[in-house]
Write a protein that binds this ligand. Sequence first.
Ligand code: HBI
Length: 93
Amino acid sequence: MSDLLSSNEITKALSNLSDWNVHDGQIKSEFIFSNFVEALSFIVKIGVLAEKADHHPEIWNVYNRVSITLSTHDAGGVTDKDIMLASEITNLI
Ligand code: HBI
């Protein structure tokens, strides 16, 4: 299991990931697309990354808006796994 990151470590890691914020032991981001199909395509790509990493985000979609929350449930907070997946998700854009 990955080690929990301290709040300083999370802040430092997120300084390179400006789309993401930390809140209550989770990291979150929201992406807006031009339409539903673009949003859905983004979600499917995230699904492929998540399965490869065996690490799964919570994903909410309303039309062109996709909100993502990441935490490591097994560890009870944010770990390197969340930072890695957040970085890969941001790189999809
Ligand atoms: N996804 N976000 C997240 N957090 C986890 O702890 C996690 C996961 N996907 C799979 C997974 N853990 C598995 O390793 C186990 O629960 C077996």
